[in-house]
Design a protein around this ligand. Structure first.
Ligand SMILES: [Ca+2]
Ligand SMILES: [Ca+2]
Length: 215
């Protein structure tokens, strides 16, 4: 595509962003077009979507959509999952109100498939889309008060958001209790990041948390 380079030159710090996120020039250009299209009302509003079919860490599937707020509201079964705010919230520092392009790209970079061919250099910093960073990303969605632990309340809140219309409050509580019981190794009734990582050991998070950006 001849237009790739000319668009790329209009994107501030495109080179640094590619370096940081591992996106190719074509990816960056495509994401930039998407960002521009989404931001046409200049509100900086982007809606993300995240839900799990059964709500459990250990068997969870991730789906992701990028929609304008209008589209978002128009799709009924998606509209009952307002968890999108959490994804954005996890990446906003307090006081930040607009999702700028670099932040947008960094969020999406967590969903980039892991490159099998890219050689691992032990001295280079960890890639944004590494397994560990993908897990951290999910963990942050649960850990709303950012104290490094997922409390029963925090877990319940996420489960409620994801499963509200499908299960009763009692079922939600029993899912939360079971999830904590299974993951909570030091018995403090909360799930630390280490415990979370262990509970996800058998989950192919690299695959589940991947989006093909170019089709
Ligand atoms: Ca917490
Ligand atoms: Ca614990």
């Amino acid at each position: 595509m001849g237009s790739t380079n000319s668009t790329l030159s209009k994107i501030p710090n495109a080179g640094d962003l590619m370096q940081e996120t591992g996106f190719s020039p074509a990816h960056i250009v495509r994401l930039y077009d998407r960002y521009k299209a989404l931001d046409k009302d200049k509100k900086g509003h982007l809606c993300f979507f995240f839900f799990s079919s059964n709500g459990l860490f250990t068997k969870f599937s991730l789906n992701y959509f990028l929609l304008s707020p209008q589209d978002f509201g128009a799709i009924k079964e998606l509209a009952m999952n307002p968890i999108s705010d959490r994804i954005i919230g996890a990446f906003f520092s307090s006081g930040q109100e607009v999702l700028d392009f670099p932040s947008f790209v960094r969020i999406l970079a967590h969903f980039r498939p892991v490159d099998k061919n890219r050689p691992k250099d032990p001295n280079s910093p960890e890639h944004i889309n590494s397994r560990s960073n993908k897990l951290k990303f999910i963990f942050q969605l649960y850990d709303q008060d950012k104290d490094g632990k997922i409390s029963r309340q925090e877990l319940l809140q996420v489960l409620r958001t994801m499963l509200e219309k499908q299960v009763t409050e009692e079922q939600l509580e029993s899912i939360a209790d079971r999830t904590i019981q299974e993951a909570d190794l030091d018995r403090d009734d909360a799930i630390s990041f280490d415990e979370f990582r262990k509970s996800m050991e058998k989950v192919n998070i690299e695959h589940k948390m991947s989006i093909r950006f170019l089709r």
